[in-house]
Design a protein around this ligand. Structure first.
Ligand code: IPE
Ligand code: IPE
Ligand code: MG
Length: 235
């Protein structure tokens, strides 16, 4: 039986619908969603997960109301402030991907601070995608490489997949084995476009605030029943 996926990436979707269905403001759904993150992060190492990447805010999510955007940004700040201690105690190394420049400087400082504080942790690599878009990430990486070509430090002929990989926000992170999306939507919404080239996908109708370690465990079992061929032929 194939082993558990080493790197699981999750598109946490459905917070708004969860709250609206109960007659509550969308932000209540996001708060509940943050609780679920804590639970899943705690459960991940026992499920054999070494790398967990979660999509928290996309480059397209700025289209939402100011109230919702500010509410989400506040939630990210509070999550870092409140969880710093616990994440460290649980051996979680935290990283962020996405373009930080558009974020509030206080949030940027907190992100840098927790990345630094948890740098030595080894039990779980948690990556949070904030102001992340796969296309935006590729454009920023290509700009970086173009600068190196322009200043003569990179030969265009030496530009290969590894070089592009190394210029992405995920340079230090292995590709995801499994991408999960909650809430019944079956689209990628600009998540890890390059990195998920050979990922398996799982879609669950469960809204993110209702997601549990048990549901995750079931999904992982299904993953283990899959036949990953990477373009080859089954022996
Ligand atoms: C996912 O939940 C969280 C973010 C995108 C920030 P949504 O807020 O997209 O919830 P729905 O899809 O509207 O239900
Ligand atoms: C994707 O969810 C982004 C995150 C989960 C952060 P969205 O709810 O923004 O995606 P669409 O709009 O349904 O494609
Ligand atoms: Mg959504």
């Amino acid at each position: 039986m194939p082993s558990a996926p080493r790197h699981v990436a999750i598109i946490m979707d459905g917070n708004g619908r969860w709250a609206t269905s109960k007659g509550w403001p969308r932000l209540v759904g996001h708060r509940k969603g943050a609780e679920r993150v804590k639970e899943i992060v705690r459960a991940a190492p026992d499920l054999g997960i070494e790398w967990l990447t979660i999509y928290a805010f996309s480059t397209e999510n700025w289209k939402r109301s100011t109230e919702e955007v500010l509410g989400l940004m506040g939630l990210f700040q509070r999550y870092i402030q409140r969880e710093a201690e616990g994440l460290s105690a649980e051996g979680v190394r935290m990283r962020f991907i996405g373009d930080r420049k558009r974020l509030d400087t206080k949030l940027q400082d907190l992100m840098a601070w927790i990345e630094d504080r948890t740098r030595g942790n080894r039990k779980l690599n948690l990556t949070v995608a904030i102001n992340y878009g796969g296309r935006d990430e590729l454009v920023r990486a290509m700009r970086r490489l173009a600068r190196q070509v322009a200043d003569g430090s990179l030969d265009p002929e030496a530009l290969d997949e590894a070089a592009l990989d190394g210029a992405l926000d995920t340079a230090q992170i292995p590709d995801p084995d499994l991408v999960i999306r909650t809430s019944g939507e079956t689209r990628v919404s600009n998540f890890l476009l390059w990195q998920a080239a050979y990922a398996e996908y799982e879609f669950t109708p469960t809204l993110w605030p209702d997601f549990t370690p048990e549901i995750l465990s079931d999904i992982l079992l299904r993953f283990q029943g899959r036949d990953r061929r990477f373009g080859g032929v089954k022996p």
